[in-house]
Every structure is written in C-alpha cells, then in structure tokens.
Design a protein. Structure first.
Ligand code: PGA
Length: 241
C-alpha cells in the first residue's frame, strides 16, 4: 500500500480530486467506485471545480456507489442517492443511466444484491474505487465480523456505526439499522483503490489497517493484499503511525 500523508483536510481533498480527475483524463469511460460520508465531501467539491474549469467530462463515466441505507427512498434527504446528487451528480454532465447505487427500497434484497454484482461485472469491473474508513475499520458498510463477506449483501449496522452516523440525523433512533453494501470481494476486484481518512478519530483505524494483522475484525486490513492501493491521510489520521 502506498501511504501519502498531507497536512490537512483541504490538501487531502484537492489531492484526491486530482487523482480522480487524472483517472478520467486517462480513461474518459472510467468506471468509478464512489463513497459517501463526510470524508469525500471536499473531494467532490474539488472535482466539481476541476469540471467547471473544463478539464474533465463525466459524459462517459460510469459510477458504482458502495452502499445505501436499507429502507430509505432515493429522494430521502438522508439517502446516499440524495447525497451523491447534492455533492456531485447535479453539478457535472454524468448521464443518469450511468449512475449506480443500491436500491434501499428493494423488496427482494437478494435479487437487488445480485443485480448490483451483475452491473459491476457487466461494466468490466471498477477502475478506481474511492473509499473512506469507519472508526471501527469498516469499508463500505462491511462491519467487523467473523469473516469477510464477499459480495453485495444486506448488513446489520453496528452500534458504533449507528452512533458515528447519528450526526447526520436529528436523533440516533432515525439512523437506519441496515444497509446494502458492496462486499469485500466486490471492492477488492477494483483495479485501483484510493482510501481517504481525515482527523484523529480515524487514527486508530488507519494504524490497524496499515500495521495490524489482516482480519475481518478490521475489514480495511484486507487492503494490505490489494496490489494498487493509495492511502491518503491527513496529519490527524496519521498521528498514530
Ligand atoms: P465518514 O465515514 O467519512 O463520514 O467519516 C467514513 C466511513 O464510515 O466509511
């Protein structure tokens, strides 16, 4: 894994946006694996700036998002569909039919998970996967557990994740308790991975991901086995290294 430590969140966001933009320049029909949460907000803001400067186009880009809360409608303001429109899709020339996010309202969840895996396969796999990391070491919503869950699946969110994400809701009771998430194999199949972490709250997870043993108790540790990962962190997230 290639570790890059930058000063602060602003620098991290610019650097991450440059990496995504250069992927699009090198391959205009790139398949981008995208993430939500507070960490990539600055990255998307910087990417929109680069788009507005006329340096990149999303007209041939395909996106595959990591996850969606189970039970939330696309138009719910807390949904990841909504997040992606707010922070990226509404501001660039991406085609609606090229946007993929799990359907949080799917009635047949197993069929939805299969549909999602089929999409990843049909587009030829993910060229560059953007990831955040949870304080508990999760990637996507692959929570710490007894084994690595391979494919897209329904997840019971841990108390820790529900608490961490409660800041986006008016009360912790409103946080959905389940999500549909790409699995570890779906993520590890990406040709390149860019993982972002910012702030001291993430320092423990970053340390375990990079220096700890590979274990499903720290899902991100599996990235040690991937041949092309850039871990881009600010000084806070690197403070235990
Ligand atoms: P955050 O979430 O960017 O909101 O900290 C990251 C994650 O939980 O994967």
């Amino acid at each position: 894994m290639h570790l890059e430590i930058v000063k602060d969140y602003e620098t991290l966001s610019k650097r991450a946006a440059y990496i995504l933009a250069s992927q699009i320049i090198l391959k205009p029909a790139s398949v981008l694996g995208l993430a939500t949460g507070s960490t990539p907000v600055g990255t998307y803001r910087e990417l929109v700036k680069i788009y507005n400067e006329g340096l990149i186009s999303f007209s041939r880009v395909i996106t595959i998002n990591l996850d969606e809360y189970y039970g939330l409608d696309k138009d719910d303001e807390q949904s990841y569909h909504y997040f992606m429109r707010e922070h990226l899709f509404n501001h660039v020339d991406i085609k609606d039919e090229n946007i993929n996010i799990p359907d949080g309202k799917a009635v047949d969840v197993e069929a939805e998970c299969r549909r999602y895996e089929n999409i990843i396969e049909a587009v030829g796999g993910i060229d560059l996967q953007l990831l955040g990391i949870g304080q508990n070491g999760h990637i996507g919503f692959n929570e710490p557990g007894e084994h690595f869950e391979a494919l897209t699946h329904l997840v019971d969110l841990t108390e820790n994740t529900i608490k961490a994400n409660a800041r986006f809701f008016s009360s912790p009771e409103e946080v959905p308790t389940q999500a549909i998430s790409m699995g570890i194999k779906s993520i590890m199949g990406a040709k390149k991975i860019l993982l972002l972490a910012s702030g001291e709250k993430k320092a423990g997870a970053v340390y375990k991901m990079l220096k700890g043993k590979i274990t499903p108790q720290v899902p991100a540790s599996v990235l040690q086995m991937h041949p092309d990962v850039v871990v881009l962190v600010d000084e806070g997230a690197a403070s235990l290294l």
